[in-house]
Design a protein around this ligand. Structure first.
Ligand SMILES: C[S@@+](CC[C@H](N)C(=O)[O-])C[C@H]1O[C@@H](n2cnc3c(N)ncnc32)[C@H](O)[C@@H]1O
Length: 296
């Protein structure tokens, strides 16, 4: 599926439905190239490293797509219980087919059943975020190349689960109004920034809720450069979204959900996923971060 034939803004506004056709076909091709294969291997190696002391870790692949990463992780940790969740039937069916063909022990389950299962890969078709999932059960949650854009009908759900948190609202408002004097091309709209920060923070709350105390979140994000190159404004907004901010803003220290243990940048052509969506020439350069967070 040629990216030029897709109106990404329109398609992604469909929320969890967005990967059911054109965008899903586009992703299925993108995920198969060498750059993605290399990234998945690095992520799977990293997950193996951080779970080396666990006998049968419970690992959630949050928005798992077509299951390539889940398979790579299982190959490295064959005692793992991998719960791979995605809101798109196209992605889940593709994952089932690919994983079965490759010989993995894979089954479709509802989320409650999946947590009671023995080692294997369990695919769950569920819209994310979901705050009714069993809490505090996962050793690791992997959130790889996230692209969750809520549908407008979901705003009430987001409001109920932290978007309207009084302290976060004050902090996000203050951060959205900061002038990014280090970025001469900054033409962002404070209202969009405010919405973006609070929306991402709700997802962070959901990731945190799934994890055990001392569990790990492995987050793989597209990036145009090293974290050290972030401007101060971008850094503090990112820390807020990630739930790691531990500085006072507008007289408030927001509740910290994670500590950031480590983040590594890899230059990679996976950044073209972003270029396809934005059409911005700057998004032809970059790669991704693998960041590890520990629950507080
Ligand atoms: C860019 S793909 C990444 C897939 C996978 N993590 C990977 O790295 O290959 C984004 C995935 O998020 C899923 N997704 C987007 N919005 C969602 C939502 N609201 N609920 C559940 N899944 C969603 C899509 O179906 C898609 O599979």
């Amino acid at each position: 599926m040629n990216h030029a034939d897709i109106n990404f803004d329109e398609e992604l506004d469909r929320g969890a439905e967005s990967y059911e056709d054109k965008v899903g076909h586009w992703w299925n091709e993108r995920a198969l190239d060498d750059a993605h294969a290399d990234a998945y291997q690095k992520v799977a190696d990293h997950v193996q490293k951080i779970t080396k002391d666990k006998d049968a870790p419970i690992i959630i692949d949050y928005a798992c797509g077509n299951g390539i990463l889940a398979g790579m992780i299982f190959r490295r940790i064959p005692n793992a219980i991998i719960i791979a969740i995605d809101g798109s039937s196209m992605m889940i069916e593709k994952a089932k087919k690919q994983l079965e063909e490759a010989g993995f022990p894979v089954a479709m389950k509802n989320i409650q059943e999946a947590f009671g299962c023995e080692k294997g890969i369990y695919l769950c078709k569920e819209k994310l975020p979901d705050f009714d999932f069993p809490e505090g059960k996962a050793d690791v949650v992997v959130f790889n190349f996230p692209n969750i854009v809520p549908h407008e009908d979901e705003q009430d759900y987001y409001d109920k689960h932290g978007y309207k948190d009084p302290e976060d609202t004050v902090v996000a408002k203050e951060l959205s109004e900061l002038q990014d004097t280090e970025d001469e091309n900054d033409d962002s709209d404070p209202e969009d920034d405010f919405d973006d920060m609070l929306t991402k923070k709700v997802i962070t709350r959901n990731l945190r809720q799934l994890l055990k105390c001392h569990g790990f979140l492995v987050k793989v994000d597209y990036a145009n450069g090293e974290r050290e190159e972030y401007t101060d404004v971008v850094l503090i907004r990112t820390e807020f979204e990630e739930g790691v901010l531990n500085r006072q803003v507008a007289g408030i220290v927001s509740k910290q959900l994670f500590t950031l243990l480590d983040t590594k940048y890899f230059e990679s052509e996976v950044i073209l996923d972003v270029y396809h969506q934005t059409g911005d020439e700057d998004d032809k350069e970059g790669g991704y971060f693998i960041s590890t967070f520990k629950t507080i």
